[in-house]
Design a protein around this ligand. Structure first.
Ligand code: LLP
Length: 413
């Protein structure tokens, strides 16, 4: 069995099966490029988190799906029916979640550089929780609140615990600076948190929670630092409770992902959940619920992008499989983040005797438009089908019409 095989992507007769169906038949039916998502895989991931939370914590839990990862309507509906909550980051995400059936009380809005117009939109949604990103945001909030004189607006505070982790500098969201020196824009600095709670209450908001999100794409090696951040969060929560602000929930954010790469040590998600539960219990906090905000974990490896090889090109000794889609329009992660790896499988012949170093080149006018660089794989032929794995998270949602190319169709099976 190949390391990347799951109940969603598997091999039968040297050909790729996606959600139990022949990839070639799906490509034939729907055309390529094509995104395919698997309901069962998403539900299996959800159940794992739910079980871990239930096993380790006596508190009710909230699995807030970070819908920025993939806001496909069918996926939202599926998770809504399953009881998920939503982490939304824009008014349009809030609206989309509501349309998919999520009740407002199961939506937490975590904006950054939030505008008055954003606030007006989210304050209009009764019972939603607004996560405050900056002490300075309270001035705008207070101004906009005047238009909603009788509304009880639930707020939480996104604080920056001073520790961030992520698979590259662009997605580390806590700490003073990212690993490449970029100042981190998110969250409220530790020493200002209590002041935000106090001022929010004074302005008539109802503070209900504390939130942190360290970044995206942790690996096993990050676990000690992630634990240290959990400790800080719990200490901060105690300080807040002691100051007279009872907390309904603690939200530990997302960041744990699927296995993108064979050599990658997968983050121990269950240990993480157990650690959170244990630390919260030990601290004797009065919180009523624990929240997490998975994006990648729930949908990442529940998606595949199918591409067709148009022709194979050789130039200066480089071999390119030239495919009928571009990264920017389909799986932009490798073009945006040097470190983003997506395994690529020849769906027409998963294994073959003649292997070569293949660069899978898209149809966009940029050198960075390669799905994979010099991958050792069976030499493809014209008409072969390639599967780009782990294409469920931050692929369709970050795809653009760059070069005026279309964004592919999606099917949820
Ligand atoms: N909560 C908050 C407040 C977030 O900002 C994010 C992601 C999540 C939860 C979910 O993180 P996840 O579990 O999916 O790692 N475009 C990047 C990922 C950026 C994530 C930004 N925030 C990528 O393609 O890797």
């Amino acid at each position: 069995m190949n390391w990347w095989e799951t109940d969603f992507v598997a091999v039968r007769g040297n050909k790729l099966l996606v959600a139990g169906r022949d990839a070639a038949a799906l490509a034939e039916r729907y055309g390529t490029p094509l995104y395919i998502y698997g309901k069962d895989r998403i539900l299996e991931r959800y159940a794992r988190l739910e079980d871990a939370l239930a096993r380790h914590s006596p508190l009710p839990s909230r699995i807030c799906y970070a819908m920025k990862a993939n806001s496909h309507r069918g996926i939202l509906r599926l998770l809504q029916r399953r009881g998920a909550w939503i982490d939304a980051v824009s008014p349009c995400e809030v609206e989309t979640a509501l349309k998919a059936g999520f009740p407002a009380e199961r939506i937490i809005f975590t904006g950054t550089s939030v505008s008055r117009a954003d606030l007006r939109s989210v304050f209009a949604v009764d019972r939603l929780t607004v996560n405050i990103d900056a002490a300075e945001q309270l001035d705008l909030m207070s101004e906009v609140k005047r238009d909603f004189p009788s509304r009880v607006i639930r707020v939480s505070v996104r604080w920056n615990p001073g520790i961030g982790r992520g698979f590259n500098a662009r997605v580390i969201t806590a700490g003073k600076r990212s690993s490449d020196g970029t100042p981190i824009k998110f969250g409220v600095e530790g020493k200002k948190v209590l002041g935000v709670f106090a001022r929010a209450r004074k302005l008539g908001f109802r503070p209900v929670g504390l939130h942190q999100h360290l970044g995206s794409g942790w690996v096993r090696e990050d676990f000690p630092m992630v634990r240290a951040a959990v400790d800080r969060m719990v200490r901060k929560a105690r300080e807040i409770e002691k100051a007279g602000f009872p907390l309904e929930f603690l939200d530990f954010g997302g960041g744990f992902g699927p296995r993108y790469l064979k050599s990658r040590a997968v983050f121990p998600v269950e240990d993480h959940i157990a650690y959170i539960a244990r630390t919260v219990a030990k601290a004797g906090l009065g919180v009523k619920a624990l929240a997490i905000e998975p994006g990648k974990y729930l949908v990442g490896d529940a998606g595949v992008l199918l591409l067709s090889v148009e022709y194979v090109k050789e130039s200066y000794g480089n071999i390119f499989a030239c495919v009928d889609g571009g990264t920017y329009n389909t799986v932009p992660r490798p073009a945006i983040y040097l470190q983003a790896h997506h395994e690529i499988v020849n769906a027409s012949r998963v294994d073959g005797p003649v292997k070569a170093r293949i660069t899978v080149a898209g149809n966009i006018c940029e050198t960075g438009d390669v799905f994979g660089r010099e991958r050792m794989m069976p030499l493809p032929g014209s008409g072969d089908l390639l599967g780009v794995l782990c294409a469920g998270a931050y692929c369709r949602s970050m795809a653009s019409n760059f070069n005026l190319r279309e964004i592919p169709r999606e099917v949820l099976l």
